[in-house]
Design a binder for this molecule. Structure first.
Ligand code: WQD
Length: 319
Protein backbone atom coordinates (compact mmCIF):
# COMPACT_ATOMS: atom_id res chain seq x y z
CA UNK A 1 0.00 0.00 0.00
CA UNK A 2 1.39 3.45 -0.83
CA UNK A 3 0.38 7.10 -1.03
CA UNK A 4 0.74 9.07 -4.25
CA UNK A 5 1.88 12.65 -3.54
CA UNK A 6 1.67 14.87 -6.61
CA UNK A 7 3.98 17.84 -6.30
CA UNK A 8 5.91 15.88 -3.67
CA UNK A 9 9.24 17.38 -4.78
CA UNK A 10 7.93 20.84 -3.98
CA UNK A 11 8.29 22.97 -0.84
CA UNK A 12 5.03 21.87 0.80
CA UNK A 13 4.81 18.48 -0.90
CA UNK A 14 8.24 17.40 0.31
CA UNK A 15 7.25 18.16 3.90
CA UNK A 16 4.13 16.01 3.44
CA UNK A 17 6.14 13.23 1.78
CA UNK A 18 8.80 13.23 4.51
CA UNK A 19 6.20 13.01 7.32
CA UNK A 20 4.52 10.09 5.55
CA UNK A 21 7.87 8.31 5.14
CA UNK A 22 8.71 8.92 8.79
CA UNK A 23 5.45 7.11 9.60
CA UNK A 24 6.74 4.15 7.59
CA UNK A 25 4.43 4.89 4.68
CA UNK A 26 5.58 4.08 1.14
CA UNK A 27 5.39 7.23 -1.00
CA UNK A 28 5.20 7.66 -4.77
CA UNK A 29 5.88 11.22 -5.93
CA UNK A 30 4.52 12.48 -9.24
CA UNK A 31 6.23 15.73 -10.15
CA UNK A 32 7.33 17.53 -13.33
CA UNK A 33 10.39 18.92 -11.49
CA UNK A 34 9.91 22.38 -13.03
CA UNK A 35 10.01 23.87 -9.54
CA UNK A 36 10.36 20.75 -7.40
CA UNK A 37 13.81 19.47 -6.42
CA UNK A 38 14.83 15.83 -6.74
CA UNK A 39 17.01 16.37 -3.64
CA UNK A 40 13.84 16.69 -1.56
CA UNK A 41 12.29 13.26 -2.21
CA UNK A 42 14.20 11.09 0.31
CA UNK A 43 13.30 7.41 -0.32
CA UNK A 44 10.11 8.06 -2.25
CA UNK A 45 9.64 6.62 -5.74
CA UNK A 46 9.71 9.40 -8.34
CA UNK A 47 7.34 9.45 -11.30
CA UNK A 48 8.53 12.41 -13.36
CA UNK A 49 5.57 13.57 -15.44
CA UNK A 50 3.50 16.58 -16.43
CA UNK A 51 0.03 15.88 -15.03
CA UNK A 52 -1.72 18.03 -17.62
CA UNK A 53 -0.37 15.98 -20.55
CA UNK A 54 -2.91 13.54 -22.01
CA UNK A 55 -0.54 10.57 -21.67
CA UNK A 56 -0.34 11.14 -17.92
CA UNK A 57 -3.55 9.23 -17.29
CA UNK A 58 -2.02 5.98 -18.57
CA UNK A 59 1.27 6.67 -16.80
CA UNK A 60 -0.55 7.29 -13.53
CA UNK A 61 -2.71 4.16 -13.94
CA UNK A 62 0.33 1.94 -14.39
CA UNK A 63 2.19 3.59 -11.48
CA UNK A 64 -0.85 3.27 -9.21
CA UNK A 65 -1.10 -0.43 -10.06
CA UNK A 66 2.64 -1.07 -9.83
CA UNK A 67 3.05 0.54 -6.41
CA UNK A 68 -0.29 -0.35 -4.88
CA UNK A 69 -1.39 3.25 -4.41
CA UNK A 70 -4.53 3.48 -2.29
CA UNK A 71 -4.58 7.20 -1.43
CA UNK A 72 -3.60 10.46 -3.10
CA UNK A 73 -2.45 13.84 -1.84
CA UNK A 74 -2.63 16.33 -4.71
CA UNK A 75 -0.42 19.38 -4.41
CA UNK A 76 1.00 19.74 -7.94
CA UNK A 77 -0.24 23.05 -9.35
CA UNK A 78 0.80 26.53 -10.36
CA UNK A 79 0.23 29.01 -7.53
CA UNK A 80 1.29 32.52 -8.55
CA UNK A 81 -1.67 34.87 -8.40
CA UNK A 82 -0.06 37.52 -10.61
CA UNK A 83 0.98 35.06 -13.30
CA UNK A 84 -2.48 33.50 -13.30
CA UNK A 85 -3.98 36.88 -14.25
CA UNK A 86 -1.60 37.21 -17.20
CA UNK A 87 -1.71 33.52 -18.29
CA UNK A 88 -5.19 32.22 -17.40
CA UNK A 89 -5.23 29.51 -20.10
CA UNK A 90 -1.99 28.05 -18.77
CA UNK A 91 -3.39 28.01 -15.25
CA UNK A 92 -6.57 26.24 -16.37
CA UNK A 93 -4.52 23.71 -18.29
CA UNK A 94 -2.06 23.10 -15.47
CA UNK A 95 -4.36 23.16 -12.45
CA UNK A 96 -7.68 21.95 -13.87
CA UNK A 97 -6.61 19.57 -16.63
CA UNK A 98 -3.92 18.23 -14.32
CA UNK A 99 -6.52 17.37 -11.69
CA UNK A 100 -8.94 15.99 -14.28
CA UNK A 101 -6.25 13.58 -15.51
CA UNK A 102 -5.45 12.54 -11.96
CA UNK A 103 -9.11 11.88 -11.17
CA UNK A 104 -9.50 9.87 -14.37
CA UNK A 105 -6.56 7.66 -13.36
CA UNK A 106 -7.94 7.28 -9.84
CA UNK A 107 -11.34 6.26 -11.21
CA UNK A 108 -9.79 3.70 -13.52
CA UNK A 109 -7.90 2.13 -10.62
CA UNK A 110 -10.62 2.59 -7.98
CA UNK A 111 -8.47 4.79 -5.74
CA UNK A 112 -11.15 6.55 -3.73
CA UNK A 113 -9.38 8.87 -1.27
CA UNK A 114 -7.81 12.25 -2.04
CA UNK A 115 -6.52 15.18 -0.01
CA UNK A 116 -6.52 18.29 -2.19
CA UNK A 117 -4.34 21.36 -1.85
CA UNK A 118 -6.82 24.21 -2.06
CA UNK A 119 -6.36 27.80 -1.01
CA UNK A 120 -7.64 30.78 0.92
CA UNK A 121 -7.55 32.44 -2.49
CA UNK A 122 -10.91 30.72 -3.10
CA UNK A 123 -12.48 33.34 -0.81
CA UNK A 124 -11.35 36.30 -2.88
CA UNK A 125 -11.98 39.46 -0.88
CA UNK A 126 -14.54 38.42 1.74
CA UNK A 127 -16.25 41.12 3.77
CA UNK A 128 -15.18 39.42 7.01
CA UNK A 129 -11.62 39.32 8.35
CA UNK A 130 -11.94 35.87 9.95
CA UNK A 131 -13.33 33.48 7.35
CA UNK A 132 -14.95 30.13 7.97
CA UNK A 133 -15.57 27.52 5.28
CA UNK A 134 -19.18 28.60 4.79
CA UNK A 135 -18.20 32.10 3.65
CA UNK A 136 -19.14 32.68 0.03
CA UNK A 137 -16.23 31.84 -2.26
CA UNK A 138 -15.72 34.52 -4.89
CA UNK A 139 -12.14 34.15 -6.11
CA UNK A 140 -10.79 37.30 -7.80
CA UNK A 141 -8.06 35.72 -9.89
CA UNK A 142 -7.67 32.63 -12.08
CA UNK A 143 -5.44 30.95 -9.49
CA UNK A 144 -8.16 31.09 -6.85
CA UNK A 145 -10.75 30.05 -9.44
CA UNK A 146 -8.77 26.94 -10.36
CA UNK A 147 -8.66 25.94 -6.70
CA UNK A 148 -12.41 26.39 -6.23
CA UNK A 149 -13.10 24.48 -9.44
CA UNK A 150 -10.80 21.75 -8.15
CA UNK A 151 -12.96 21.42 -5.04
CA UNK A 152 -16.05 21.14 -7.24
CA UNK A 153 -14.36 18.49 -9.41
CA UNK A 154 -13.62 16.37 -6.35
CA UNK A 155 -17.16 16.78 -5.01
CA UNK A 156 -18.62 15.78 -8.38
CA UNK A 157 -16.37 12.72 -8.59
CA UNK A 158 -17.75 11.77 -5.18
CA UNK A 159 -21.26 11.84 -6.60
CA UNK A 160 -20.30 10.07 -9.83
CA UNK A 161 -18.14 7.22 -8.53
CA UNK A 162 -17.65 7.36 -4.79
CA UNK A 163 -14.45 9.39 -4.45
CA UNK A 164 -13.98 10.81 -0.96
CA UNK A 165 -12.00 14.00 -0.61
CA UNK A 166 -10.76 16.56 1.86
CA UNK A 167 -9.88 19.96 0.43
CA UNK A 168 -7.49 22.01 2.53
CA UNK A 169 -7.67 25.77 2.07
CA UNK A 170 -4.14 26.94 2.83
CA UNK A 171 -3.65 30.38 4.25
CA UNK A 172 -0.15 31.91 4.10
CA UNK A 173 2.39 29.15 4.30
CA UNK A 174 5.95 29.92 5.43
CA UNK A 175 8.87 28.58 7.46
CA UNK A 176 10.44 25.17 7.10
CA UNK A 177 10.57 21.91 9.01
CA UNK A 178 14.08 21.14 7.76
CA UNK A 179 16.60 23.52 6.15
CA UNK A 180 16.94 21.35 3.06
CA UNK A 181 13.19 21.55 2.42
CA UNK A 182 12.97 25.35 2.69
CA UNK A 183 10.98 27.36 0.17
CA UNK A 184 13.37 28.20 -2.66
CA UNK A 185 10.80 30.23 -4.62
CA UNK A 186 10.85 33.96 -3.94
CA UNK A 187 7.13 34.48 -4.42
CA UNK A 188 5.76 35.28 -0.98
CA UNK A 189 6.41 37.85 1.71
CA UNK A 190 9.00 36.12 3.90
CA UNK A 191 11.36 34.89 1.14
CA UNK A 192 10.92 38.18 -0.72
CA UNK A 193 12.00 40.15 2.35
CA UNK A 194 14.96 37.82 2.94
CA UNK A 195 16.10 38.32 -0.66
CA UNK A 196 15.79 42.11 -0.32
CA UNK A 197 17.81 42.15 2.92
CA UNK A 198 20.56 40.03 1.37
CA UNK A 199 20.66 42.36 -1.64
CA UNK A 200 20.92 45.38 0.66
CA UNK A 201 17.58 46.68 -0.64
CA UNK A 202 14.80 47.99 1.61
CA UNK A 203 11.91 45.50 1.42
CA UNK A 204 8.69 46.97 0.05
CA UNK A 205 5.48 47.15 2.06
CA UNK A 206 2.48 47.31 -0.26
CA UNK A 207 0.50 49.95 1.57
CA UNK A 208 0.19 51.09 5.16
CA UNK A 209 -3.10 52.92 4.64
CA UNK A 210 -5.37 49.93 5.21
CA UNK A 211 -8.08 49.88 7.90
CA UNK A 212 -5.93 47.72 10.19
CA UNK A 213 -4.24 48.56 13.51
CA UNK A 214 -0.88 49.45 11.95
CA UNK A 215 -2.22 50.16 8.44
CA UNK A 216 -0.58 47.16 6.77
CA UNK A 217 -2.36 44.04 5.53
CA UNK A 218 -3.07 41.19 7.89
CA UNK A 219 -2.63 37.55 6.90
CA UNK A 220 -2.70 34.18 8.68
CA UNK A 221 0.83 32.77 8.46
CA UNK A 222 0.94 29.02 9.03
CA UNK A 223 4.11 26.98 9.51
CA UNK A 224 4.63 24.52 6.66
CA UNK A 225 5.22 21.70 9.15
CA UNK A 226 1.84 22.37 10.76
CA UNK A 227 0.33 22.41 7.28
CA UNK A 228 1.99 19.10 6.38
CA UNK A 229 0.68 17.56 9.59
CA UNK A 230 -2.81 18.72 8.61
CA UNK A 231 -2.51 16.63 5.42
CA UNK A 232 -1.68 13.53 7.47
CA UNK A 233 -4.65 14.20 9.75
CA UNK A 234 -6.90 14.66 6.71
CA UNK A 235 -5.73 11.37 5.20
CA UNK A 236 -6.48 9.54 8.45
CA UNK A 237 -9.88 11.26 8.58
CA UNK A 238 -10.79 9.89 5.14
CA UNK A 239 -10.24 6.40 6.53
CA UNK A 240 -12.80 6.87 9.26
CA UNK A 241 -15.46 9.09 7.75
CA UNK A 242 -17.64 8.38 4.72
CA UNK A 243 -18.63 11.95 3.85
CA UNK A 244 -17.91 12.50 0.10
CA UNK A 245 -16.19 15.88 0.36
CA UNK A 246 -15.08 18.08 3.23
CA UNK A 247 -13.40 21.49 3.15
CA UNK A 248 -11.06 22.71 5.88
CA UNK A 249 -9.25 26.00 6.45
CA UNK A 250 -5.63 25.49 7.42
CA UNK A 251 -4.23 28.42 9.36
CA UNK A 252 -3.49 29.47 12.91
CA UNK A 253 -6.63 31.54 13.46
CA UNK A 254 -4.38 34.49 14.31
CA UNK A 255 -3.46 37.26 11.90
CA UNK A 256 -0.15 39.07 11.62
CA UNK A 257 0.36 42.32 9.78
CA UNK A 258 3.08 42.85 7.21
CA UNK A 259 4.82 45.26 9.59
CA UNK A 260 4.65 42.67 12.38
CA UNK A 261 6.26 40.10 10.10
CA UNK A 262 9.02 42.55 9.22
CA UNK A 263 9.56 43.35 12.91
CA UNK A 264 9.93 39.63 13.62
CA UNK A 265 12.43 39.31 10.77
CA UNK A 266 14.41 42.22 12.25
CA UNK A 267 14.40 40.50 15.67
CA UNK A 268 15.46 37.12 14.33
CA UNK A 269 18.04 38.43 11.86
CA UNK A 270 19.41 41.16 14.11
CA UNK A 271 19.37 43.43 11.03
CA UNK A 272 17.58 46.76 11.48
CA UNK A 273 16.83 47.17 7.78
CA UNK A 274 15.00 50.12 6.24
CA UNK A 275 11.46 49.60 4.98
CA UNK A 276 10.14 51.06 1.72
CA UNK A 277 6.42 51.77 2.00
CA UNK A 278 4.88 51.85 -1.48
CA UNK A 279 1.32 51.94 -2.80
CA UNK A 280 -1.16 49.16 -2.31
CA UNK A 281 -0.99 46.02 -4.49
CA UNK A 282 -4.16 45.39 -6.52
CA UNK A 283 -6.26 42.52 -5.25
CA UNK A 284 -4.97 42.55 -1.67
CA UNK A 285 -7.73 42.21 0.92
CA UNK A 286 -6.90 44.29 4.05
CA UNK A 287 -7.18 41.29 6.36
CA UNK A 288 -7.65 37.56 5.83
CA UNK A 289 -7.32 35.06 8.65
CA UNK A 290 -8.69 31.57 9.09
CA UNK A 291 -11.47 30.46 11.38
CA UNK A 292 -9.97 27.06 12.17
CA UNK A 293 -12.69 25.66 14.41
CA UNK A 294 -13.87 23.08 11.84
CA UNK A 295 -10.44 21.44 11.31
CA UNK A 296 -9.89 21.41 15.05
CA UNK A 297 -13.27 19.89 15.84
CA UNK A 298 -13.26 17.39 12.96
CA UNK A 299 -9.61 16.42 12.59
CA UNK A 300 -8.34 17.38 16.02
CA UNK A 301 -5.66 19.45 14.28
CA UNK A 302 -4.36 22.76 15.64
CA UNK A 303 -1.31 24.71 14.54
CA UNK A 304 1.49 24.25 17.08
CA UNK A 305 3.86 26.89 15.73
CA UNK A 306 3.55 30.67 15.36
CA UNK A 307 5.23 33.57 13.58
CA UNK A 308 8.34 33.23 15.77
CA UNK A 309 8.98 29.63 14.71
CA UNK A 310 8.13 30.46 11.10
CA UNK A 311 10.66 33.27 10.84
CA UNK A 312 13.34 31.53 12.93
CA UNK A 313 13.16 28.33 10.83
CA UNK A 314 13.11 30.19 7.54
CA UNK A 315 15.98 32.49 8.52
CA UNK A 316 18.13 29.60 9.78
CA UNK A 317 17.58 27.77 6.48
CA UNK A 318 18.50 30.89 4.48
CA UNK A 319 21.81 31.40 6.30
C1 WQD B 1 1.34 38.59 1.89
C2 WQD B 1 1.18 40.03 2.32
C3 WQD B 1 1.12 41.61 0.50
C4 WQD B 1 5.27 41.01 -0.74
C5 WQD B 1 -0.67 34.06 -1.03
C6 WQD B 1 -1.00 33.41 -2.36
C7 WQD B 1 -1.23 31.99 -2.20
C8 WQD B 1 -2.19 31.66 -1.08
C9 WQD B 1 -2.29 32.74 -0.02
C10 WQD B 1 -1.95 29.28 -0.96
C11 WQD B 1 0.21 40.81 1.42
C12 WQD B 1 2.34 41.83 1.39
C13 WQD B 1 4.05 40.91 -0.09
C14 WQD B 1 6.04 42.19 -0.62
C15 WQD B 1 4.35 43.11 0.80
N1 WQD B 1 -1.74 30.48 -0.41
N2 WQD B 1 3.61 41.94 0.66
N3 WQD B 1 5.54 43.19 0.16
O1 WQD B 1 -0.97 37.58 -1.49
O2 WQD B 1 -1.49 36.89 0.92
O3 WQD B 1 -1.46 35.22 -0.91
O4 WQD B 1 -0.98 33.24 0.06
O5 WQD B 1 -2.54 29.07 -1.95
O6 WQD B 1 0.07 31.44 -1.97
O7 WQD B 1 -2.18 33.92 -2.87
O8 WQD B 1 0.69 36.29 -0.10
O9 WQD B 1 3.08 36.56 0.43
O10 WQD B 1 2.16 37.61 -1.71
O11 WQD B 1 1.58 38.59 0.48
O12 WQD B 1 3.92 44.06 1.48
O13 WQD B 1 7.15 42.35 -1.18
O14 WQD B 1 2.44 40.68 2.21
O15 WQD B 1 0.55 42.84 0.12
O16 WQD B 1 -0.51 41.71 2.23
P1 WQD B 1 -0.86 36.59 -0.39
P2 WQD B 1 1.95 37.24 -0.29
Amino acid sequence: MSVLVTGGAGYIGSHVSRLLQQQGQKVVIADNLTSGLISRIDDATLLELELSNADSVALLVSAIKEHGVTKVIHLAAQKQVGVSVQEPEWYYQQNITGLANLLAAMRQTNVTQIVFSSSAATYGMPDVDLVNEDVLCAPINPYGQTKLIGEWMIANAGIAWGLRGASLRYFNVAGTGWPELADTAVMNLVPIVFAAIKAGIAPKVFGTDYPTPDGSCIRDYVHVLDLAEAHISALEYLDRDDRPHSVFNVGTGTGSSVLEVLAEIKRVSGIDFEIDVVSRRAGDPPALSADVSRIHQTLGWTAKRGLKEIVESAWAAAN
